[in-house]
Design a protein around this ligand. Sequence first.
Ligand code: JHZ
Length: 410
Amino acid sequence: MLLIMKCRICSSKNLEKFLSLGESPLANNFLKKEDLEKEELKFPLELVFCNICQLVQLSYVVDPKLMFKNYVYVSSTSNTFRQHFTKMAEDLKKDFNLDENSLAIDIGSNDGVLLNGLQKFNIKVTGVEPATNVAKIAEENGVETINDFFNKEVVNKIIDKKGKADVVTACNVFAHIDNINSVIENVKLLLKDSGIFVIEVQYLVNTIEDMTFDNIYHEHLSYYSLTALKYFFEKRNMEIFNAIKILTHGGSLRVFTQQKNNKRKINENVNKILDHEKKIGINNIEVYKEFADKVYSVKEKLNSYIQNIKKGNRIIVGYGAPAKSTTLLNFCSIRKKEIDYIIDDNPLKIELYTPGTHIPILSSGELEKNTPDYIIILAWNFAPEILKKTKKYTDKGVKFIIPLPEPRIV
Ligand code: JHZ
């Protein structure tokens, strides 16, 4: 565990702390039954704001090997995500004229869901994925995957074997990387002069406006605005030429970058988003202090909401055990006394227990055997998909709760 003394983007020490969610276990460190009595690793979850480049970031960095060598998150678990990445592959092919001579590399390629989509157009692909178990799933899905962190050695290996890349993607991994400076140097090495680097990151503006503070956990080291990303890429001689808002994870940004001497025109979206960020005060610590105050009051509201239900001896269970539920459950001290069990459809999570709060994770069959009165949708970003597949329980009178930004029945 390392205390960040300097900003990840600009190296400034002018960092201001504005939020503490206490000590929390690692979000994806789901426990086996035999490990429940063992002491769990917990680390502080605190956010700081850089007064120079405006990056919001965690104050502590946990060793990535502890988090990413064996991973339980599999992108294709949800239909929503499969569709999202299939469409992204189609858009990349169309917008950048990729064909069988093109090479695409995905950093943090998980089970290969994006690359699978690109392969359907005969585009050459390679994934880079540090989690051994997930890289294996990708290989089984027919996606060539290097089981390693993205580093210079890996880049040289790819160049030797396949040449330079037309497109490098990094979806939901850029916020996870501590040394983004070295990553960007390696991306530049890997890209053809005309190549593009496309990232998807959860969007800080959604986090603060929609109170989705549960996406704050140790895997997410940085919380990006376009303002901070622009600062970062310009310092590394890269240029953002387009940015679009997308719906994943409660609101994310897809950001397109190119080497600075490239010819693509800057899309007007970029300035529109930057102007909006300026207008809402993304560069002002007061916005973050206000957000922190609201986070503490959401905790109180959620706790009293749950206590009211429990007073009537009602049974509550959860649906979805996403990484973000670890933050919500730990920060709000919600345990088995409040939530009897959680359903998850990812087989890798079933029969495990939630980190810190030790609530059992079961398969959806449990709903039939032990039908609850309330289901709290912890994977709220997939609420429509989950509500659709559990419709028979709504028909039976089970009530579904969305916890954020304020608990409400849907
Ligand atoms: P989901 C992940 O976070 C992990 P998580 C990662 N660290 C990251 O950065 C963010 O994404 C961006 C389950 N589910 O996607 C599956 C069902 O059971 O919101 C998952 O366990 N049935 C890379 O973990 C969870 O919910 C369903 O029908 O917060 C969703 O996790 C559906 C739709 C989901 O990400």
